[in-house]
Design a protein around this ligand. Structure first.
Ligand code: GDP
Ligand code: MG
Length: 435
């Protein structure tokens, strides 16, 4: 995937002590190829890499103290810019504010509607979901089941076959019930067709949404860009929701959508569970693509799963690089509560590639937990003191091999190094957001 390819390109750079004109040019070429392989439009890829090259020259990458890192930073900035620069917000104007969800069948509209409703409910909003998919018999039930699960009212009229009137009635019902936000889930077709487009246009006219979100499956590659274009021409939507980023998505189409339709990506979905929704942060996505992990999302998600104070402490520790094995153990235990473990692990710097092909379940942590539990508090705090004898003792206490103890310590060391690097690359900025 793109991440591996870019990592490959950077490895070439990182391996070299000095950067010359020649290897700037060849690295830029590799990056362009990686982007195109990942489904980014040729023109978009070329523009990005041209800018990267120019910046590398302007900022004198060649004589920088850490040329590789500076280079990575420039690419990150460009990718971030490509994906929309700043994090975008949703417009909740009106009482109730109406959010219209559109997209092809199977793109993840209904799932997203549920996730978004749950997300807003957690912020204390009074939300109602409206089921306007009148074509698939199971569609209404699907939304009702989700609504029940997250504790949000669902408006449906199973006998009514007119989606426009359902939308109108749903809005009236929400008003009567004093709801502050209405999310209207619509029907989609397998391909763009005139009937669907006209219907969703008419729904738009009938309920004047303050926000129209276009949902698109990130795994559909270049098609995603074309679909986005068509929907945008008809609906003039406000933002994009990228789904199925947990799958084997090439991701590159996502990079192109923004440029082609000139609309920001606002949310990303990384799984089928109601918790797997993230606000789309272009800077973090760029970091993620670059394989630096996504510490900030991790911290945020952790924040939801446990006490805010705890998250702040953790954030500070990560920033100051005081993260010790005790924290690590605590994290493993918290991670289990956070849902998709693999996903969360992927956000830890340096872990993304490591866990990509690994089958992870809660049980996979048991050996690690038992090893850390066999350490003294001091050893957990200062892993450097764990010498050969201590390793032997810990291994036998945990009933694991010395090799496993060695591996854990090595991994922990690497993880700390990655955190340090990541902190350095976001000078005072991003990590502070949650402080
Ligand atoms: P709709 O036809 O646009 O309403 O799509 P659905 O919400 O019914 O989703 C279609 C399928 O994709 C369902 O099986 C969902 O569980 C699944 N799905 C939706 N979003 C995601 C996601 O982010 N990741 C994964 N892996 N599956 C998803
Ligand atoms: Mg649906």
């Amino acid at each position: 995937n793109l991440q591996d390819k870019l990592n490959g390109a950077f490895k070439t750079l990182k391996g070299k002590g000095r950067i010359t004109d020649v290897n700037i040019a060849s690295t830029v070429k590799e990056i362009r190829r990686a982007l195109m392989d990942a489904d980014v439009n040729y023109k978009v890829a070329k523009d990005v890499t041209d800018r990267v090259k120019q910046k590398a020259i302007d900022r004198k990458v060649m004589i920088a103290v850490e040329p590789g890192q500076l280079f990575v930073k420039i690419v990150q900035e460009e990718l971030q810019e490509l994906m929309g620069g700043m994090t975008q917000t949703v417009n909740f104007k009106g009482s109730p504010a109406v959010i219209l969800i559109a997209g092809l069948q199977g793109s993840g509209k209904t799932t997203f509607s549920g996730k978004f409703a749950s997300y807003l409910k957690k912020q204390g909003k009074q939300v109602m979901l409206v089921a306007c998919d009148v074509y698939r018999p199971a569609a209404i039930t699907q939304l009702q089941v989700l609504g029940e699960q997250i504790g949000v009212d669902v408006f449906a009229e199973p006998e009514n076959k007119d989606a426009v009137s359902i939308a109108r009635n749903g809005l009236a019902a929400a008003k009567a019930k004093g709801k502050s936000i209405v999310i209207v889930d619509t029907a989609g077709r397998l391909a763009v067709d005139e009937v669907m487009m006209t219907e969703v246009e008419n729904i738009k006219k009938a309920i004047t949404p303050s926000e129209i979100l276009f949902v698109v499956d990130s795994m559909t590659g270049q098609d995603a860009v074309n679909t986005a274009k068509t929907f945008n021409e008809r609906l003039n939507f406000d933002g994009v929701v990228l789904t199925k980023l947990d799958g084997d998505s090439r991701g590159g189409a996502a990079l192109s959508i923004r440029t082609v339709v000139e609309k920001p990506i606002k949310f990303m979905s990384t799984g089928e569970k109601m918790e797997d929704l993230d606000v789309f942060h272009p800077d973090r996505m760029a970091s993620r693509i670059l394989g630096m992990g996504d510490v900030i999302s991790l911290v945020e998600r952790a924040q939801q799963a446990f006490d805010e104070d705890e998250a702040k402490k953790l954030n500070k520790k990560m920033r100051e690089n005081n993260f010790d094995l005790n924290d690590f153990l605590g994290q493993l235990q918290q991670i289990k509560k956070m849902g998709n473990i693999k996903d969360v692990m992927g956000m830890i710097p340096g872990m993304g590639a490591a866990v990509k092909d690994v089958d992870i379940s809660n049980d996979s942590f048991k050996p690690i937990e038992s090893i850390i539990q066999s350490m003294t508090p001091k050893e957990r705090q200062l892993p450097d003191i764990i010498d050969g004898n201590r390793r032997k003792r810990i291994a036998s206490g945990a009933g694991r091999s010395i090799q496993e103890v060695n591996n854990l310590l090595k991994q922990f060391e690497q993880m700390k190094k990655m955190m340090k690097k990541f902190n350095k690359m976001s000078p005072g900025g991003k990590m502070k957001m949650f402080g």
